[in-house]
Write a protein that binds this ligand. Structure first.
Ligand code: PMV
Length: 330
């Protein structure tokens, strides 16, 4: 099935009773065990399962209305040009749900994600849009179906449908009907994430391109699926025990392994800046001195610190982060 057929299959059995508008919020998320590589690029099916933490209150609030004419996207009070990449991606996504070719949608999105922190806001953007469409059409879909719909917009959006720790199951079905995310039944009030901005420069290689290139050209990537699978199991055990050392060390190592596969690609992909390395060395020095501070990174130079609340003052003093998130007290 293609994306539209999947969207239609999911919504077909539901009543459709469009109201005047649908409004929804979805948080951003960062992966502790990364989604790196697709087994199906057309419908965003990952090679491996992944695990993330949602960072509410950071995220996107979206309002969607049915309109006549052409789609309009207003992002943080700015009308986006129709030909820009963001508008095009949103319009392509809306095509999956358009009852007839003459129906247009007006979308208003407000995001409080610090753009410069290099956090892909597309995950919260597509999750919020899927949730808002569900409200607009009155489908009342279950959260697993909503996760699949969000995934059709952007892979990691499947995880942003939930708060807390979230596992995205890779599944086996070629149509991806078993490829959705689920919240893990675990609260960890002392868990903290800090966003440390290293550079706000626009990246030259998108995560989509880097991911595809790695799968295609990196020999190291052959070892990634087994590695990610083992990391995921260990992370889940660490989360159940609320063990910051176990969770932090697996997450950090998983991120470094992902970057190793990027470096092994041809041409190589390197997102790090000199300041990224300085920050990593600082984290390691702080850890040697006895604090339980770890990091993860995504397709960019910025660092996300993972720690227990007792190290909050240390993190504030040493890194002056853009924000410290308390995922279980949003
Ligand atoms: O969903 P995408 O295409 O933005 O890819 C996300 C890839 C990483 O952020 C690097 C890893 C992840 O699991 O979020």
């Amino acid at each position: 099935m293609n994306k539209r057929e999947i969207a239609q299959t999911i919504t077909a059995s539901r009543k459709s009773d469009p109201g005047t508008e649908g409004i929804a919020f979805a948080p951003i998320n960062i992966a502790l065990c990364k989604y790196w590589g697709k087994r199906d690029e057309l419908i965003n099916l990952p090679v491996t399962s992944s695990l993330s933490i949602s960072l509410r209150p950071l995220g996107t609030k979206t309002t969607v209305r049915i309109a006549k004419g052409v789609d309009r996207l207003v992002l943080n009070d700015r009308e986006m040009p129709q030909e820009c990449q963001t508008s095009q991606r949103v319009t392509e996504y809306l095509d999956l749900f358009r009852p007839d070719p003459h129906t247009a949608f007006h979308i208003e999105s407000v995001t409080n994600v610090p753009i410069a922190a290099g956090l892909a806001s597309s995950a919260s953007g597509f999750a919020a849009l899927a949730l808002a469409l569900d409200k607009l059409f009155g489908w009342e879909l279950d959260s697993l179906s909503l996760s699949i719909l969000a995934r059709l917009g952007s892979g990691s959006a499947s995880r942003s449908v939930f708060d807390g720790f979230v596992e995205w199951h890779a599944g086996e079905d070629p149509n991806g009907m078993d490829c959705y995310a689920e919240r893990l039944p675990c609260e960890w009030p002392e868990f903290r994430v800090a966003l440390v901005e290293i550079s706000s420069e626009q990246k030259r290689v998108s995560s989509r391109t880097a991911m595809a290139r790695t799968v295609r050209t990196s020999k190291l990537y052959q070892g990634w699926p087994a590695r990610a699978c083992a990391d995921l199991e260990e992370l889940k055990a660490g989360i159940t025990e609320r063990d910051i050392v176990r969770v932090g060390s697996v997450a950090e190592s998983n991120a470094l392994a992902m970057h190793a596969t990027m470096l092994d690609s041809r041409p190589a992909v390197l997102y790090w800046k000199p300041e990224t390395i300085k920050a990593i060395e600082k984290i390691w020095a702080i850890r040697e001195a006895g604090s339980t501070l770890y990091f993860t990174m995504d397709a960019g130079p910025n660092i996300k610190l993972l720690f227990d609340e007792r190290d909050s003052t240390l993190v504030e003093d040493e890194f002056a982060p853009r924000s410290i998130i308390t995922p279980f007290f949003a």
